[in-house]
Design a protein around this ligand. Structure first.
Ligand code: SF4
Length: 315
């Protein structure tokens, strides 16, 4: 049972992101909240989090977007969906709006980069493939273990569907990568399981993947302790009790896994990825102490000619 409440926006549709790897593109959220209810999701700690299985749908998105991109206004080369939600949530109202917004952006020659853990409707998959050169996709897949997925991503698409979608996107000519984020220490970082996971990704044609390790916030710990069974939760949280893993930050404090443990995990991931011919990108935004470069979440967009170049976000 999901609840979709409709509301009008109080702020612009195209929004800059605070994350360095997303700073090159404007971002769009179609909803506040997300119906996938991933237990590790950082939006659970946000002030506007509407609760589990509830979203607020911004019903005036298309009308506002038309206005923000009216003739004479700077046109971004691409936009990113979605820093705090998902384009393909299990509710027809959300999926219809997603399709309409994508159609509008493509009609204006604007590209889209997205990360999803949802099921892409057939009609929207066709739309994406018809505009393959304007699409860069990441499909989130943190594990191949159904039990872990059911606990941590209760309403996301099945693992089989996500693998199938990767195959369809790649076969359709879309630059599509897998995203193993977050890796859950002690639960999804076993070398054999990672090897099986990268083998499955290689089988559907994946050549590129990105990864990040779970970080904790007070709001995330609150939900983990309520939704994750003890036999999974105890070893997971124990990994964060080491001396170095202290909470940092004021408004939304973050607790990261100690750098040594993260290094070990990324080394394991790299080894498994390489064995299957997949290039692995580590998110440097969340691992500035041990990684360099981008996790490619915003995709790679060709530079515009100087005449068409736009300032800041719009370039
Ligand atoms: S799909 Fe993304 S935005 Fe939605 S609940 Fe999961 S992690 Fe959060």
């Amino acid at each position: 049972m999901v609840t979709v409440t409709r509301a009008r926006r109080r702020s612009p549709v195209l929004t800059p992101s605070g994350l360095a790897c997303l700073s090159v593109l404007p971002t769009i959220n179609l909803t506040a909240g997300c119906l996938h209810d991933c237990v590790y999701c950082y939006i659970r700690g946000y002030r506007n989090y509407p609760g589990e299985s509830r979203v607020v749908l911004y019903e005036d998105t298309l009308e506002r977007l038309r206005h923000e991109l009216r003739p004479g206004q700077p046109k971004p080369r691409a936009v990113y969906f979605s820093p705090s939600s998902d384009l393909f949530q299990p509710a027809s109202e959300v999926l219809e709006l997603s399709h309409a917004v994508l159609e509008f952006l493509f009609s204006r020659g604007i590209g889209v980069a997205f990360l999803t853990k949802g099921e892409i409707p057939d009609e929207t998959m066709e739309l994406l493939i018809d505009h393959a050169d304007l699409v860069q996709a990441q499909i989130g897949l943190i594990t191949l273990d159904e039990d872990i997925a059911r606990v941590f991503e209760p309403h996301a698409a099945s693992l089989r569907t996500r693998l199938w979608q990767l195959r369809s996107l790649i076969a359709g000519g879309i630059a599509a990568a897998a995203r193993l984020d977050p890796i859950l220490p002690t639960l999804t970082d076993d070398p054999e399981a990672l090897d099986r996971q990268f083998a499955a990704l290689a089988q559907v044609g994946v050549k590129r993947a990105a990864a990040g390790v779970l970080f904790l916030r007070p709001g995330i710990i609150y939900w983990l302790t309520r939704r994750v069974p003890r036999d999974m939760l105890a070893p997971l949280l124990a990994a964060y009790r080491e001396e170095e893993a202290v909470m940092r930050g004021a408004e939304y404090p973050i607790q990261n896994l100690p750098s040594g443990r993260r290094r070990e995990i990324f080394a394991r991931l790299e080894k498994a990825a390489e064995a299957h011919g997949i290039r692995l990108d580590v998110c440097a935004c969340k691992n500035s102490d041990i990684a360099r470069g981008s996790c490619n979440i915003a995709g790679a967009w060709p530079a515009r000619t100087p005449r068409a170049a736009q300032p800041a976000l719009m370039s």
